[in-house]
Design a protein around this ligand. Structure first.
Ligand code: PMP
Length: 427
């Protein structure tokens, strides 16, 4: 008998390209049938066939409070009752803007949008408008949404402009993007030496979470800050994933580096479509209606999404929130490493705050090339075996994982026991 899940996937493929509304959901990287979910509560969610899973994806990061947190749900219900959208300013937008500026000293003004992609592409346009330059630097393995200028892969030479990594991106657009290796200070210096006067912005994930988890070396980010200032380029930290995920002060607080623009998403919307870009007042004031850089959105600052975000940000400000979250995440990564070591599996793991990386290799990778050298087949095998056990990790070896405040010892211990059953069967 085919499962309801299987039937839904088959029907969806008739009406939705690939049966999914975002490609990584299709399990292409790991193989098999994507799971259709119907409800979630805390650290768990349930699929169409009522099988439950411990969720380490959390909607790819937003659900730092787990599924359907009562205070977030209440905030959404109350906001919805007062109207779904006005297309005009509201007091809640002021409240979240003020809060973001207070929590992140690098942000003097902020604009709300509805997705990380929108935030990233708007930040790039703003940086180009502010500097009057066209080139941008991005790093291999970092993802900043699917804007044309950012869907670019490395060129073939040591220092060249990139090529589109998607059909439909004009080569001329990609030709303004310089793709460099993550954590490579020499490459960065060469790029600024050669093109410094033409570089509008450098954009970076300060802890990369889209090539598994790769931590930036502090010296790499310091070099990026120094070179950007020296050459009058705008430094953009993409904290869509790390924002309020690695700590209340975000990655910029952990590294003690102030970017010129920060982009945020995921946690700030608590599971609703909300994202933002903000930074130095002088730059932000180049935006319409004050300045010449156009950017707009019918649903920008949507009151229901903002209410979910505010309710989430209220919870994460509780004293000790991130200490507890980090400790739980470490309990998971250290536990998995210990179990793998015991079973002789080539594995390691690391975490920053509530995000983690699992690597089927000896040492945590420091670049895209090192991530690619890990054993993807072993990850895929592990992923499916864990799924069978009722543990849902990201369906790709190249994505970070997330622990929520609702993951407690019971969930983590059960995850470790499942991993031990699997790893011990591998020898
Ligand atoms: N930047 C980063 C670092 C991300 O992880 C993502 C999404 N995974 C984005 C930008 C794009 O955000 P969205 O999917 O909301 O467009």
């Amino acid at each position: 008998m085919t499962s309801l899940n299987q039937q839904l996937y088959e029907s969806s493929q008739k009406y939705i390209p690939g049966g999914v509304n975002s490609p990584v959901r299709a399990f292409k990287s790991v193989g098999g049938t994507p799971i259709f979910f119907k409800r979630g509560k805390g650290a768990y969610f349930w699929d169409a066939d009522e099988k439950s899973y411990i969720d380490y994806v959390g909607s790819w990061g937003p659900l730092i409070l787990g599924h359907a947190h009562p205070n977030v749900v209440k905030a959404v219900q109350e906001a919805a009752q007062n109207g779904l959208s006005f297309g005009a300013p509201t007091e809640t937008e002021l409240e979240i803007a003020e809060l973001l500026c207070k929590l992140l000293p690098s942000i003097e003004q902020v604009r709300l949008v509805s997705s990380g992609t929108e935030a990233g592409m708007s930040a790039i346009r703003l940086a180009r408008g502010y500097t009057g330059r066209s080139h941008i630097i991005k790093f291999e393995g970092c993802y900043h949404g699917h804007d044309d200028a950012l869907l670019v892969k490395a060129g073939s030479g040591a220092l060249t402009f990139g090529h589109p990594s998607s059909a439909g991106v004009p080569a001329e657009t990609a030709a303004h993007t310089i793709v460099l290796s993550y954590n490579d200070i020499d490459g960065l210096e060469r790029a600024f030496d050669e093109f410094g006067k033409e570089i509008a912005a450098a954009i970076v994930e300060p802890v990369a979470g889209n090539m598994n988890l790769v931590k930036a070396e502090p010296d790499f980010l310091l070099a990026l800050r120094r070179l950007s200032t020296q050459h009058g380029s705008v430094l953009i930290f993409d904290e869509v994933m790390t924002g309020f995920r690695v700590g209340l002060e975000c990655a910029q607080g952990l590294y003690q580096i102030k970017p010129d623009i920060t982009i945020l998403g995921k946690v700030i919307g608590g599971g609703m479509p909300l994202a933002a870009f903000g930074g130095r007042r002088e730059i932000m004031q180049c935006l319409a209606p004050l300045g010449a850089v156009y950017q707009a959105g019918t649903l920008s600052g949507n009151p229901v999404a903002v209410s979910a975000g505010l309710a989430t940000l209220r919870e994460v400000q509780a004293p000790g929130f991130y200490e507890t979250l980090s400790a739980k995440t470490q309990q998971l990564t250290q536990g998995l490493t210990a179990v793998a070591n015991k079973c002789g599996v080539n594995f390691c793991a690391e975490s920053v705050g509530g995000m983690f990386g699992l690597y089927f290799c000896k040492e945590p990778p420091k670049s895209f090339a090192e991530v690619m050298a890990c054993d993807r087949a072993a990850f895929n095998r592990f992923f499916h075996a864990m799924l069978e056990e009722g543990v849902y990790f990201a369906p790709s070896a190249y994505e970070a994982g997330f622990v929520s405040a609702m993951h407690n010892s019971e969930e983590i211990d059960n995850t470790l026991l499942a991993a031990e059953r699997i790893f011990s069967s591998w020898v």
